[in-house]
Design a protein around this ligand. Structure first.
Ligand code: 5AD
Ligand code: SF4
Ligand code: FES
Length: 351
């Protein structure tokens, strides 16, 4: 048996590898060994979650952002971005449509928009929770203080997505002007301590990113043990400083998804929109290597195109009901079944 297959078996049996072993795996894996890795990761996913895929309804409620992440199409410096904010009523309409379509999780995502101060966010959380009592709320609104995170949790937010983006401090600082790697880490630690189900994650194929950097991501995630891990390819956006850079690849993203599934067997692992944008079958392929969450869009079609983090984003012209059905067809077509329950991480209880 090849050294790589031995490493895959070790990862499968022990859920961990050393830095050196991970680097060999990433550097030397062949196409045939990638298939072997995919079989193992799907087997582990099936053992913990059967053939189910959880659905979350995504509401992109503001594309204003005060940050300037080099890769992102809604960065503050992009004067071509056509900015919008949804009102509380508009957000509620998305939720009502989401509820009608059967969603039991709403993900509220936005740029870091100071207009939505803590009181406004709390009002949104409470309004949604009072109407949809058994529905989970996931926030994805960036870096905040411990106190703000705590207030949102007490208002009823259950989960928080904050990708670490890359665990290499040097690369992080190149891509995030005026942001601090330490503060990002502080946020993730605070979110866990408060009691949220926490989602970290990173992009694949960032300019200058190496296999050594991915090893840092993998080791970091193994230590943090987040409940969810969002991984997607970097895709260049025409109005950013990275507009001429190469996109991340489907293959590398799939290898990293598989490794993550083996390292953290019961983690919630989205099959991302970015992967579906890079390859028409990208989301199905991710499900086949152990991803078990999809996040179809519930945002009003009038604003969809404006939430343009990267070029070529799918679903920008499609109604929520269309995406709901489209994704169900894709999940079934790939051999899995849709699970519309809240889909909490099995290790989580509200504190
Ligand atoms: N390509 C791929 N993903 C991107 N994101 C932001 N910009 C891009 C891009 N150009 C991701 C970041 C962020 C998430 C909401 O979207 O990882 O955390
Ligand atoms: Fe803002 Fe997030 Fe885009 Fe960075 S990635 S510019 S924080 S929306
Ligand atoms: Fe939106 Fe397919 S999921 S159109």
């Amino acid at each position: 048996m090849s050294l790589i297959k031995q490493l895959i078996d070790k990862l499968y049996n022990e859920n961990s590898l050393s830095k050196e072993e991970l680097l060999i795996l990433l550097n030397d894996i062949t196409e045939e060994e990638e298939k072997y890795l995919a079989e193992k990761s799907l087997e582990i996913k099936s053992k913990y979650y059967g053939d189910t895929v959880f659905m979350r309804g995504l509401i992109e409620f503001t594309n204003y952002c005060q940050k300037n992440c080099m890769y992102c199409g809604i960065r503050a410096a992009n004067i071509n971005a056509d900015r919008y904010r949804l009102t509380l009523d508009e957000i509620m309409e998305c939720c009502i449509e989401g509820d009608r379509l059967g969603y039991k999780t709403f993900v509220l995502q936005g740029g870091e928009d100071p207009y939505f101060d803590d009181d406004k966010i709390i009002e949104i959380i409470k309004t949604i929770k009072s109407r949809f009592k058994d529905t989970a709320i996931t926030l994805s609104i960036g870096e905040k203080s411990y106190d703000s995170y705590k207030k949102f949790y007490e208002a009823g937010a259950d989960r928080y997505l904050l990708r670490h983006e890359t665990a290499s401090k040097e690369l992080y600082e190149k891509l995030h002007p005026n942001m601090s790697f330490e503060n990002r880490m502080r946020c993730l630690k605070d979110l866990k301590e408060i009691g949220y189900q926490v989602g970290a994650g990173f992009m694949v194929g960032l300019p200058g990113q190496s296999n050594e950097d991915f090893v840092e991501d993998l080791i970091f995630l193994k230590e943090l043990k987040p409940h969810m891990i969002g991984i997607g390819p970097f895709i260049s956006q025409k109005d950013t400083p990275l507009n001429n850079e190469e996109n991340g690849t489907l293959e590398k993203t799939l290898v990293l998804l598989s490794i993550i599934r083996l390292m953290l067997p019961n983690v919630l692992l989205p099959s991302t929109t970015a992967l579906g944008s890079l390859d028409t079958k990208g989301r199905e392929k991710a499900l086949k290597v152990g991803a078990n969450v999809v996040m179809p869009n519930l945002s009003p079609t009038s604003v969809r195109e404006k939430y343009a983090l990267y070029d070529g984003k799918i679903c920008t012209g499609d109604e929520a009901a269309h995406c709901r059905n489209c994704i169900e067809g894709r999940i079934k077509g790939a051999g899995f079944s849709v699970d519309m329950s809240r889909g909490d991480n099995i290790n989580w209880r509200r504190k």
